[in-house]
Every structure is written in structure tokens, then in C-alpha cells.
Write a protein that binds this ligand. Structure first.
Ligand code: PEP
Ligand code: MN
Length: 338
């Protein structure tokens, strides 16, 4: 249930409304918007009559949220959320581009790629130091050495850092090096881990699970939000379908669907979404046209020798071309590149 407050509600009235909701057994989350302050009252109380709240001084409207996700919903927060990633806002007018290799492999590798993507206009450097590989025998990432290399390269080229965190034991470490923590597709349903991420204050980018519906994905984001971390970004990265011609099926349609259902920013990852180098740019263009607030793209200067995902990594020159194209598309829909 969402309680929309009158614009003139006094702090005393707001406190009273919150106290009454607590007395009924609800958890209360407050969201102060430009036009309205709203209270999200979370909890299932079949006997409860919402008119009890409607009558309280300072209440303008009580809206029952029928969808299972509450804090992530547009009903709870009407304006789109803008998540601050080390000074780079995601979710505003500007479309933010994150780029870099699948994995951090060496100092020279990450620095070479960082220099190229920064020169083309990327704002955030990606690169995995902890890699969720399908095979336990495949390259697992450089760990803390990789994080250090990633941070150094990003700082040298004026970029922010996004990198994956795979479990609770890595959170403190990854937080020291990253501006935004990535939760991989395979971890989207690791609910205890999502609760852990709800307790931190750094932004989290939650990738959609390989077989997750949009509702399941939003419910996963709800775990982080309910824990108290409001800095959540969603990332569409393709889903498993019956189609085998591409690695995954990039669900472009999910972007406008989620933008309507939720206030959270949505980033698209066309690299994992399609999984084949020559089709990454068309998917990137489509995602921006569909309303994505950002892109995350795998770029490698020597993809034939990449330790992971070389076949879906684009060359720096291709990335530069992509940037020119998505810049035009962003302008065509009243946005711009950050
Ligand atoms: C990645 O971004 O390198 C990655 C492993 O992504 P996903 O979790 O979407 O497979
Ligand atoms: Mn990858």
C-alpha cells in the first residue's frame, strides 16, 4: 500500500501516520519526491481497512499496490530514480556508457582498453576480477590484483568502475575498489546475498537472471531495496529461449516494460544479450532507442586472445563507431550521452 501525503503535511502529521502504520504491523519506507512525499507500507494484513489511514490528517490518497514488488514500483515512486555512481548519474536525461573487457587480464590490457573507451566517451570501466564461469576449470579472474588494476586504469583515464561481486565474503573488498557492484545473472536468485547487498550504501547493478521473468527480476531488486539500499540499477542481459542462433535472446521489450512498472534505471548489456561480436552494435542501438538509461559493452583490443568472452567483445574502433551511432539515437529521442 502506498500512502500519498498532502503537500502541506507537517512533520508531526507524518510521524503520526508512520506510527499508526507501524501499530498495524506495516514496515514503512519513505520516499520524498519532487511533488509528493509517499510512504510505502509493506506487509500483508488481510483484515486491515485502508480507510483507517485515508482519514488521518496529512494523507492525500491511499493506493493499494497489486503488484508483488512494492519499493521498486512506479506507484511507490512516480519519478524515475537517478542513481549516483561516483558522480555519474544513471537514470537521468543522459545515457551512460560502461565499457571494458569481460575480465581484467593484466595491467597493460586493462589500461589499453580503458584509454580507448574513455577517448570514445565511455564514463564507466567494466572488467571482471571475480568471474562466474560455467566451467570451474575456466579462468576465474585475478581477484584483488584484478580489482587494483581496474581501479588504477579507471583513475588514469577519468572513468568510474563497475565490477562483479559473487558472494558475501567479497563485498568489503569489492566495495573498496568499485563505484558500483555488479550482481551477475547467475546470482539474481541468491536471495541471502541480495539481502547482504541491501545493507551496503554503494550502488548495485542487478542483472536479469538467465531464466527470470520481469516480475522475478523486479522481486529480486525488492530484496536489495527492502534492506535499505535504494541505489539499485537493473540490467537486461538477454534470456534463455528456444532460439539457438544467438547466445541469449536480447529482450529489448523488457526495457520499456520495466521503465513503466518501475522507477529504477535500466541498463542494457548487448554483449551478453546477443553473444556475437557483429551483432552487438545493432542491439546497442536498439536498446538506446527503446529507452535504456545506459549500456554495458564488452570491448577488447585483442579479442582472439581474451581470457573470456572474446567472441562477443567488440574492437575499440567498433566501439567508437557504436558511440557515434548511439549518440545520434539518444538525440533523436530527446536524450544525450553522458
Ligand atoms: C559479465 O558481465 O561479464 C557477466 C558474467 O555477465 P552475466 O552475469 O550477465 O552473465
Ligand atoms: Mn562476459
Amino acid at each position: 500500500m502506498v500512502v500519498v501525503l498532502e503537500s502541506g503535511a507537517t512533520p508531526g502529521q507524518v510521524d503520526h501516520i508512520i506510527r499508526v502504520l507501524h501499530d498495524y504491523g506495516f514496515d514503512v519506507h519513505q520516499s520524498t519526491g519532487v511533488q509528493h512525499t509517499v510512504l510505502g507500507a509493506i506487509g500483508v494484513h488481510p483484515e486491515f481497512d485502508h480507510r483507517q489511514i485515508e482519514l488521518l490528517p496529512g494523507v492525500s490518497e491511499v493506493v493499494r499496490i497489486t503488484e508483488p514488488f512494492k519499493l521498486a514500483s512506479r506507484a511507490f515512486k512516480r519519478e524515475g530514480s537517478v542513481v549516483d555512481v561516483g558522480g555519474v548519474p544513471i537514470g537521468g536525461e543522459a545515457v551512460v556508457i560502461m565499457a571494458g573487457p569481460c575480465s581484467v587480464e593484466s595491467e597493460e590490457q586493462i589500461d589499453t582498453i580503458a584509454a580507448r573507451v574513455a577517448a570514445s566517451g565511455a564514463r564507466i570501466l567494466r572488467g571482471g576480477a571475480f568471474k562466474p564461469r560455467t566451467s570451474p576449470y575456466a579462468f576465474q579472474g585475478l581477484g584483488e590484483d584484478g580489482l587494483r588494476m581496474l581501479r588504477t586504469a579507471a583513475d588514469a583515464h577519468g572513468l568510474k568502475v563497475i565490477t562483479e561481486v559473487m558472494d558475501k565474503s567479497q563485498i568489503d573488498l569489492v566495495e573498496r575498489y568499485a563505484d558500483v557492484l555488479q550482481v551477475g545473472a547467475r546470482n539474481m536468485q541468491n536471495y541471502t546475498f541480495l539481502k547482504d547487498l541491501g545493507r551496503i550504501s554503494k550502488p548495485v547493478m542487478l542483472k536479469r537472471g538467465l531464466a527470470a521473468t520481469i516480475e522475478e527480476w523486479l522481486m529480486a531488486s525488492e530484496y536489495i531495496l527492502a534492506g535499505g539500499n535504494q541505489h539499485v540499477i537493473l540490467c537486461e542481459r538477454g534470456i534463455r529461449t528456444f532460439e539457438t542462433a544467438t547466445r541469449n535472446t536480447m529482450d529489448i521489450g523488457a526495457i520499456p516494460v520495466v521503465k513503466k512498472k518501475s522507477h529504477l534505471p535500466v541498463v542494457a548489456d548487448p554483449s551478453h544479450g546477443i553473444g556475437i561480436r557483429d551483432k552487438v552494435i545493432p542491439m546497442a542501438r536498439a536498446a538506446v532507442a527503446a529507452g535504456a538509461d545506459g549500456l554495458m559493452v564488452e570491448v577488447h583490443h585483442d579479442p582472439d586472445h581474451a581470457k573470456s568472452d572474446g567472441a562477443q567483445s567488440i574492437y575499440p574502433d567498433q566501439f567508437d563507431q557504436m558511440m557515434q551511432e548511439v549518440r545520434l539515437i539518444a538525440q533523436a529521442i530527446g536524450r544525450r550521452l553522458a
